[in-house]
Design a protein around this ligand. Structure first.
Ligand code: PFF
Length: 458
């Protein structure tokens, strides 16, 4: 990907090409599948508020950090750390990122497979073929999951092979506005359905008493996952970026696009949950909390689409799941690009061989997950919720104290002539050296119980 030929490193074809590809990486299942699930299981509005703070105060600074490291070194995440320091420890940061990418991709293809299979569920439902619709709606059918994950991995590998930044650019350019359009129309529809007001209130009115350490930890993990940070995906994308680009501006655009789409997804799914309840879908657990299992949106959204008449249902149901599949594809491409670029750069392997071998290896893990979807929760916990913020912390530390902010700012000056007198220059170093790494560290230590252990000692 992002190549002018299939063996060399290349550059993005155009400025908008990079921004679209980075936005394509960011916008995916994280926004529409993972975000609403986290909102529902973490007290609604309180989660949204903390999530927004995490995206802007931690995510955006880390995104600029990753892009600047990538553009400076023009290397994969492991090679980038090698290039900037002779200490053998630092490339391990990149290596951890590669591992997180591999493991996240292994479950991501399964969930992406569900999305694609729901395209068929909607078609058969509206065609009146109920038993077929039910078959395509089964999320724990191992064979079906395996087939759809394989289709997804196949599509990802073939796009990566082609060096087709063109394809991603075109797909994203078309996909984003249509996805936003469908989300808005559906929000307009759901707003007038029974239960919607409760859903909106739950989402938009923060109940501050709900803010807790686990909520903050989940919101931080969600911010990293959704913005594709902490594992070097944006080091890799930054490595194809031209010196003419204004990195902070591009990062701001990607952050806003990603946060905006997640926000819209919440506006649709929270009220849709209550609407689905009025149609008989069970959305509360026995203890009265909102149910938020990994198949939440696959319960709630079809209930919404099925409430439409046949023409509207086909148009919205089919195109929504199709677009979500495309959004997932532009994310799986970036997830696979990380280990692929690592093997190409560091072991001198041809792009074709690297992408096919790594894709096949990850597919084996996906097939195991296909038959036991309860694995998704644990892999997601270790490699997304803990793994990505940990990677982000190490990236902040490396940039702030090893490569140094001064060198990073010199790199950022390319494409940003007004940098010297900007607020960005005054503020970003404080976030990257102090605020972001301390917030991440505190949250990670809190999550493993270290902070309460220390508190008990005193
Ligand atoms: N950001 C993607 C999403 O929201 O679906 C997932 C993702 C892609 C995470 C690439 C990490 C990554 F490096």
């Amino acid at each position: 990907m992002a190549q002018t030929d299939t063996t060399d490193r290349g550059n993005w074809n155009s400025r908008i090409g990079f921004v679209l590809a980075a936005a394509g990486s960011a916008v995916g299942l994280g926004n529409i599948w993972r975000f609403p699930t986290e909102v529902a299981s973490n007290g609604g509005g309180a989660f949204l508020l903390i999530y927004l703070i995490c995206c802007f105060a931690i995510g955006f600074p880390v995104m600029v950090a990753e892009l600047s490291i990538g553009r400076k070194t023009e290397r994969n995440p492991v090679g980038a750390f090698k290039a900037l320091s002779s200490n053998k420890f630092y490339p391990l940061i990149g290596f951890w990122g590669v591992l997180c990418g591999v493991m996240i991709l292994s479950f991501y293809t399964v969930v992406a497979g569900w999305t694609f299979s729901y395209v068929f569920e909607e078609i058969f439902f509206f065609a009146g073929l109920d038993s077929w619709a039910t078959y395509f709606a089964e999320v724990s059918n191992g064979v079906k999951n395996g087939i759809f994950s394989t289709i997804f991995m196949g599509a990802t590998v073939s796009i990566i092979l082609g060096g087709v930044s063109d394809g991603i650019e075109r797909a994203t350019k078309f996909m984003m506005p249509v996805l936003i359009g469908i989300l808005m129309i559906m929000i307009g529809y759901v707003a007038f359905q029974p239960g919607a007001a409760t859903g909106f209130a739950e989402y938009l009115k923060p109940d501050f008493s709900q803010i807790s350490a686990p909520l903050i930890f989940s919101a931080m993990g969600q911010a990293f996952f959704s913005l594709s940070l902490g594992m070097g995906a944006l080091i890799t994308y930054g490595s194809y970026l031209s010196k003419k680009e204004n990195v902070p501006e591009a990062a701001a655009f990607v952050t806003l696009a990603d946060v905006g789409i997640a926000f819209l997804a919440g506006l649709l799914i929270m009220p849709a949950m209550y609407m689905a309840e009025s149609f008989g879908v069970n959305i509360f657990s026995e203890s009265g909390e909102l149910l938020a299992s990994s198949d939440l949106i696959f319960q709630v959204l079809p209930a919404l689409f099925h409430s439409l008449n046949t023409t509207a249902g086909i148009i919205f149901g089919v195109s929504f799941f199709l677009l979500l599949s495309m959004a997932a594809l532009t994310s799986t491409i970036s997830l696979l690009e990380v280990p692929t670029s690592y093997v190409i750069d560091e072991y001198n392997v041809k792009r074709k061989k690297a992408a096919i071998t790594i894709g096949a290896g990850i597919l084996i893990i996906s097939l195991i997950i296909s038959f036991d979807i309860s694995l998704i929760g644990s892999i997601d916990f270790i490699f997304s919720k803990v793994g990505l913020p940990l990677g982000g912390f190490l990236i902040c530390y490396f940039l702030g104290y090893v490569w140094t902010v001064k060198n990073a700012l010199e790199e950022l000056e390319h494409g940003y002539p007004g940098l010297d007198s900007s607020i960005f220059k005054a503020v970003w170093p404080i976030f990257i050296k102090f605020l972001a790494p301390l917030a991440i560290l505190y949250n990670l230590l809190e999550a493993i119980g270290f902070i309460s252990y220390i508190e008990q000692l005193f």
